[in-house]
Write a protein that binds this ligand. Sequence first.
Ligand code: PHE
Length: 341
Amino acid sequence: MTDKINELLRRVEEFKPKAAAEIEEFRIRILGKKGELTALMEEFKTVAPELKRELGQQLNRLKNEATSRINALREELQNAASDASATSGDLTRPGTAEELGSRHPISLVKNRIVEVFERLGYTVADGPEIEDDWHVFSALNFPPEHPARDMQDTFFVEKDPDILLRTHTSSIQVRTMERQKPPIRVICPGRVFRNEAISYRAHCIFHQIEGLYIDEGVSFADMKQSLLYFAKEIFGEQTAIRMRPSYFPFTEPSAEVDVSCNLCGGKGCAVCKGTGWLEIMGCGMVDPNVLKANNIDPEKYSGFAFGMGIERIAMLLYGVKDLRLYFENDVRFLHQFDKAL
Ligand code: PHE
């Protein structure tokens, strides 16, 4: 009987299964109700009493060995299976494509406008989005009771002293005048904030480009020619501009600039509301009060300033009718500009 036990022990030790099913088969053959070990247990009942102690121990050892070997083999096979799926998998599978982003339409249009003014000798200036009252209003000749200073129009971060989100990038022009003596020729692109109800044509956040040109003998005619050049570069050679008198605290005289409608060629359509003209920016000769407030001698120097909304220009260029689309960042919308400009 000892021989049979040893023989079985050897088979248990040498057993090398390739699949889980083989292990189960082996277990039944050895430990099952009709298995070999069970048969040995039956035989054990008949052995002489003086051999019982020795053989009983051997049988117990065999049973323990077989059970733990089977459990260990099962675990080994399971680990191997999960390792394999983690490291190799199907190597012929196509890889995951990297999605390429594209420039946002507002950036595209901003870059194009910046390029046009760079050709005219302007450089780009930058400034903070959170500003104080001086740079957004006071230095720009806003009277204390001006409605733009009202909570209704401006987002305040703090009151007394007033800290606010800039409502226009004219604040960068003030910062430029603080730093630099004329001649000054800067454009100031940036994000601005106004407390407006969000609709298809207005948003509480939008982007502006403003420009400032100060030197000796700068005239209204210089401004008009610069802005005509700009309009032709952006909307096409056939574009005409017209100027309508307007009012801004920081410029005098001031004007509103319209371009001829590039959709109907000036005949009148839904976009230009039948007028043939589209309003694109405000402009004017820098008010002497602004020059004085910024320590520039208005007797010696003069200048002009202009400002436009980038969303508005982008809407006209791309025929986008709802301004909110620029802020939702829906990739289906944004991908349409992949190849633009
Ligand atoms: N700052 C004005 C605005 O935000 C635009 C402007 C700039 C008008 C310069 C005239 C001159 O509406």
